[in-house]
Design a protein around this ligand. Structure first.
Ligand code: NAP
Ligand code: 12T
Length: 350
């Protein structure tokens, strides 16, 4: 059996550290690991299965003798270094938005469109965190009833924006409680012109604005959903909100099914058996998904399933998942596990 030499790019980050944990727990046969980051973190010691691993500075030659490279160091880094990795024979699973909408790049949530892995040419894209958990919750229903329209509002944790954003929420929260003034430097978007307090103050901006008034995050959810579900006629619209939560994105999802015949009991029955889903829906006992319960877990938690009171075939659900695990690190390692299982963990030769 093959054993893989694995590189993690962005190994010191919020996602990268979880990638390391997911690799430690994975059934993937691993011969060696290499942890890559910027010059700032080179020399730092991380651990893998109780062994010390020294972080190295990312350079093109980092990918010599690497079979699998997991990228999570920002889109610019992926654009520059993913081709270097592929050129040297590594299969890349990329967590950034750099290649997600490229025609030849599979965009994969294993529970939904594993079959797209067969088309890969050396690079597979990991979807946006908010898109992934919504796909896990809706695909089982789409399979049975078809999907016509989705209207989603997200409540996204600060960890989606990296380690500095988590730090900012903690520091600001403490400052507010201590009745001190607080500094905002990272959220909503580190590179944007203005920064606002996130402690005790949800912000309706994730990623930068487009000219149409939607944010880039909202467009990612719209476009990626159509690509993953393989249906360009699916109607999708999104509003993305950053909330003062460290880990765990929550989503209020309204959806209209294509075929008649669904009801709440049938939907619950389907989701109770769906891969990657944990049904938490018992209003009489106040059971519903919450970020503090989803943090650290690989599944997507679904509850609050109700019918729209006015419109036929339309329903609501609420889903919560760990954005750093199912939304990023776990989905990437799961893709690698599926590539291995399907004997696809090699760059195809043309
Ligand atoms: P983070 O906590 O800020 O970590 C960033 C990581 O990238 C660190 O390991 C950092 O290394 C490394 N890095 C930064 N600049 C680099 C450079 N010039 N060369 C090499 N490494 C560099 O951010 P994060 O939350 O882990 O997110 C990382 C990226 O993952 C994001 O930019 C985004 O593209 C992607 N992401 C995707 C999703 C998703 O929806 N699937 C969710 C979150 C993030 P140092 O320690 O050296 O600074
Ligand atoms: N939600 O790569 O929360 O699609 O700031 C990157 C950052 C998604 C992505 C964030 C996000 C991405 C964030």
């Amino acid at each position: 059996m093959n054993e893989y030499r694995v590189a993690v790019v962005g190994a010191t980050g919020a996602v990268g550290t979880r990638m390391i944990q997911m690799l430690e727990q994975s059934s993937l046969p691993i011969a060696s690991v290499k942890f890559l980051a910027s010059k700032r973190s080179a020399g730092k010691v991380l651990s893998f299965k109780d062994q010390d691993v020294v972080v190295e500075e990312l350079v093109p030659e980092s990918f010599t003798d690497i079979d699998l490279a997991l990228f999570s160091a920002g889109g610019g880094i992926s654009k520059k270094f993913a081709p270097e990795a592929i050129k040297r024979g590594a299969v890349v699973v990329d967590n950034t938005s750099a290649f997600r909408m490229d025609k030849d790049v599979p965009l994969v949530v294993p529970e939904v469109n594993e079959h797209d892995l067969y088309k890969h040419q050396g690079l597979i894209a990991n979807p946006n965190c908010s898109t992934i958990q919504m796909m896990v919750a809706l695909e089982p229903l789409r399979k049975v009833y078809g999907l016509k329209k989705i209207v989603v509002t997200t409540l996204q944790a600060v960890s989606g924006a990296g380690n500095r954003a988590i730090e900012e929420l903690m520091t600001q929260t403490k400052d507010v409680l201590d009745k001190k003034s607080c500094k905002a430097e990272v959220l909503p978007v580190a590179s944007d012109q203005k920064h606002y307090q996130i402690a005790f103050n949800p912000l309706p901006q994730i990623d930068v604005f487009e000219d149409d008034g939607y944010t880039h995050e909202e467009w990612k959810m719209i476009n990626e959903t159509k690509k993953i579900m393989g249906d360009q006629s699916l109607q999708v619209t999104a509003t993305c909100i950053r909330v003062p939560v460290a880990i765990g994105h929550s989503e209020s999802v309204w959806f209209e099914l294509e075929k008649p015949g669904a009801n709440v009991a049938k939907i619950k029955g389907i989701l109770a058996k769906a891969p990657g889903v944990v049904l938490q829906d018992d209003p009489a006992n106040q059971v519903y998904p919450q970020p503090i319960m989803a943090a650290g877990k690989k599944e997507t938690f679904v509850g609050r399933i109700r019918c729209d009171q006015e419109q036929e075939n339309a329903f609501h659900l609420y889903c919560v998942a760990d954005n750093l695990l199912k939304g990023a690190a776990w989905n990437s390692v799961q893709i690698a596990e599926r590539l291995h299982a399907l004997d696809l963990l090699a760059v195809p030769k043309n």
